[in-house]
Write a protein that binds this ligand. Structure first.
Ligand code: NAP
Length: 331
């Protein structure tokens, strides 16, 4: 039985990765920290390891002792209380972890890194038929994307290290808490958007994502490669609202807040945060992402190399997701 370590196992994507790995009869180790919730890690086949990404010696000893075949490094900070956390957690911890693996002398079959389409940033051209491709020059537009790109470049710089990078677009599904805010609004008959211009957004349902990640991880043919992943379709911001309204059977009052107003509010909050030493949830980083027009990306390489076929479009994915939110009393 092959052994797999999944970091960030307590989170949204991580807990689904754990479930997919169990479905494939892998010997699953959930990498968590002391404070991590185990709410979604209840299956008794799951083994646990506590990882301290600041302690290379601890990680190196652990890697030598456990002799994993595969590692999926999924731990990462998506919304950080401090700007510097992005580089520390999303890049420096990745580097520490890989250095610890190399120092252990253990040879992995695969190290899969969960990056983000943010490492490339949105499509820079004004042509909305364009999409992000591997050969494009990455142009991240926030600290989160810069840190993800730094990790990708670090992995590519290593000699003979068997890595795969997966760059998801927006991921949604049961347990997700950020897009949930929008669905909560819809559920209360309010539908708010930032800006008036149509965005071309890309999403992937979490179950499609974790299948592709496990396929890439266990494939002996794919190594030292990077892939974008989405469901291959593109959505305007109000398509998501429209689908959610249909499923929830809601009528809404729709409004748009001008981007300039949101940017001004974010700027004021950031200045206030500087005085109090905190980083507000609505910040200029986030506004830059919210106002980006085109996040289409090329999933042909993933289809060609790993036979990736998304099984969910937004309607099917949201049916399951919204039903789950309701069951949990989140909606
Ligand atoms: N969600 C998306 O739309 C999306 C899109 C593209 C890429 N991604 C990437 O997918 C990965 C998982 O994201 P998610 O949406 O599942 O986020 P999440 O629910 O917030 O989960 C993040 C996981 O990382 C762990 N983590 C965070 N900071 C850590 C630290 N300092 N030390 C150790 N572990 C830490 C968390 O552990 P605790 O539970 O202990 O906090 C948690 O298990 C991330 O790398 C993210 O960048 C997500």
């Amino acid at each position: 039985m092959k052994k797999i370590l999944i970091t960030g196992a307590s989170g949204f994507v991580g807990s689904h990765l754990v479930e997919e790995a169990l479905r494939r009869d892998l010997d699953v180790y959930a990498g968590i920290r002391k404070s991590s919730s185990r709410e979604y890690l209840q299956d008794e086949r799951i083994n646990f390891v506590e990882l301290n990404f600041e302690d290379k010696d601890q990680m190196s000893i652990l890697m030598k002792r456990k002799q994993f075949d595969y590692v999926i490094h999924n731990a990462g900070v998506v919304s950080a209380p401090k700007l510097s956390d992005y580089m520390r957690v999303n890049f420096e911890y990745t580097k520490n972890f890989v250095e610890a693996i190399e120092a252990s002398g253990e040879q992995l079959d695969k190290f899969t890194y969960i990056s983000s389409a943010a490492s490339y940033g949105p499509v820079p051209s004004k042509d909305l038929t364009d999409f992000l491709k591997e050969e494009d020059t990455p142009r991240p537009i926030n600290a989160y994307g810069e840190a993800k790109l730094a990790s990708e470049r670090y992995l590519a710089s290593l000699h003979d290290f068997p890595y795969v990078v997966i760059r998801p677009t927006g991921v949604y599904g049961p347990r997700e808490k950020e897009i949930l805010t929008f669905f909560k609004m819809i559920n209360r008959n309010v539908e708010g958007y930032i800006g008036f211009r149509r965005q071309h957004l890309a999403f992937v349902y979490v179950k499609d994502l974790v299948r592709a990640v496990l396929d890439a991880t266990t494939s002996s043919e794919v190594s030292r490669k990077s892939y974008f992943i989405s469901d291959g379709r593109y959505y305007a911001q109000w398509d998501i609202g429209k689908t959610a309204k249909q499923i929830l059977n809601k009528k809404t009052l729709r409004f748009h807040i001008p981007v300039t107003l949101v940017r001004s509010i974010a700027w004021v909050l950031e200045q206030a945060g500087k005085l109090s030493g905190s980083y507000p949830p609505l910040n200029l980083e986030k506004v830059r992402i919210l106002e980006s027009l085109n996040w289409k990306c090329d999933i042909e390489p993933l289809k060609e190399d790993l036979n990736f076929q998304p099984q969910y479009d937004m309607e099917e994915g949201l049916e399951e997701t919204l039903a789950w939110y309701k069951e949990q009393g989140w909606l």
